[in-house]
Design a protein around this ligand. Structure first.
Ligand code: ATP
Ligand code: MG
Length: 386
């Protein structure tokens, strides 16, 4: 399933997945080999923008970092796939009167308007038909996913890309890039609904993936059955890395920038042994920082629960079998164990490179999960772009 908002792509070969986040840019370029996709180049480019920088200055600074990286690595391709997320992007799953694709192309603005909290003139609108024949209240309807993104956020990405001397082939949605990545993960289980949580700096993307066909004890999924998972709940929340920076900066009386660095060294104390050990060592910083982090992750867990309840209330499956974490903040030690204790289901870190060969040996372990969106973008197939 594709959440393409903007596309100017004509069949060119190499596409760079370019995730321009609020704290760093991630790049993933894959080549098409006979044996499948293979990672060609990757990049993790942290940048810092002065707090008082004007929007144009900010864009120019990020473009320059990207351009420098492409030059340094000798990257030939000019075509990039990037994505947007946050409160200027809305994804809605709706039922509309049954009509042909042609009719919907003409009617989409009018049909989408009641579901979109923005002026339709200020947005790029895109849609995808999930099911063209459902019955509701005796009427023939169709299930459609509508994606609306404010033009200003899409244009900002386009400006950054063109400012770096590159061409935006497609602007996607973070959660759809993650869905694409999940569909290629070797560990993905057919027949099971899963939840993806991408914990970034400003935004955390939540998405619940329906497996296409649900496996039940009465109807188990055949091993060779096709695997076409697709998102059914897509929601962004704003409990993320920066929330923890703010909390730590208050508790430790340091600047948010210092807190951001400090955060990379913290760990969650999740059992009595670990807590006692920290008390025995008089490690006050560890104790207070773990407490602050657990408060943030508890808030995040209650938002995740709301999304799970919403999904299950629609009757598409009766459980979520696993949670996959990605994004920079997910590198926090003990986080998987903590969330697994909260939800009583397995929680694991996503390794985006497992979808295409080996993880680069020179990549620091805590960077791996933050590469998920870039990999999901870079791993799109050619047919996805048209
Ligand atoms: N080892 C680590 N442990 C905990 N947090 C970390 C670690 N490394 C990075 N982070 C945090 O992860 C966040 C960056 O993650 P990511 O690169 O996924 O975000 P982003 O894409 O820039 O942000 P967004 O998607 O919200 O715009 C920052 O808040 C950063 O401080
Ligand atoms: Mg991000």
């Amino acid at each position: 399933m594709l959440g393409k908002i903007f596309s100017s792509f004509s069949a060119k070969k190499d596409i760079a997945g370019l995730d321009v986040g609020s704290s760093c840019v991630k790049v993933a370029i894959f080549s098409n080999e006979k044996s499948g996709k293979k990672l060609k180049t990757w990049g993790h480019i942290p940048y810092s923008v002065p707090a008082n920088a004007q929007p144009d200055e900010r864009k120019a600074l990020i473009s320059e970092e990207i351009s420098k990286f492409f030059k340094k690595m000798g990257i030939q391709t000019k075509y990039v796939a990037s994505s947007v997320s946050g409160n200027s992007v809305i994804v809605r799953y709706v039922k509309l009167p049954k009509m042909t694709k042609k009719e919907l192309d003409l009617a989409i603005k009018v049909e989408a308007e009641p579901f979109i909290p923005f002026d339709v003139n200020d947005i790029y609108l895109s849609y995808h038909i999930l099911n063209d024949s459902v019955q509701e209240e005796g009427q023939q309807k169709m299930e459609v996913v509508i994606v609306a993104a404010k033009k200003e956020v899409v244009n900002e990405k386009i400006d950054i890309i063109t400012g770096a001397g590159l061409e935006p082939a497609i602007i996607d949605v973070d959660s759809f890039a993650l869905e694409n990545l999940y569909s290629k993960l070797p560990g993905a289980e057919k027949g099971k609904s899963v939840l993806l949580v991408n914990m970034g700096n400003k935004t955390t993307n939540l998405s619940i993936i329906h497996p296409g066909t649900v496996s039940t004890p009465e109807n188990p999924i055949a091993k060779d059955a096709p695997f076409n998972p697709y998102s059914r709940v897509v929601r962004d929340i704003f409990i993320s890395g920066a929330s923890l920076d703010r909390s730590l900066s208050k508790i430790l009386s340091v600047t948010p920038e210092q807190a951001q660095e400090f955060k990379k060294g913290i760990r969650l104390l999740i059992n009595d042994e670990e807590k006692l050990e920290a008390i025995k060592n008089y490690d006050k910083q560890l104790i207070v920082s773990s407490k602050a982090a657990i408060t943030i992750f508890k808030d995040m867990a209650s938002e995740i629960s709301r999304s799970i309840d919403f999904y299950l209330s629609q009757g598409m499956d009766h459980s979520i079998s696993r949670i996959y974490l990605s994004g920079g903040l997910s590198a926090t030690p003990n986080l998987c164990a903590y969330l697994s204790g909260e939800f009583k289901i397995p929680v694991e870190l996503m390794n985006p490179f497992s979808a295409a060969g080996e993880t680069p040996k020179n990549m620091p372990a805590d960077i791996i999960p933050s590469m998920a969106v870039a990999c999901g973008l870079g791993l799109r197939e050619l047919r996805d772009w048209q």
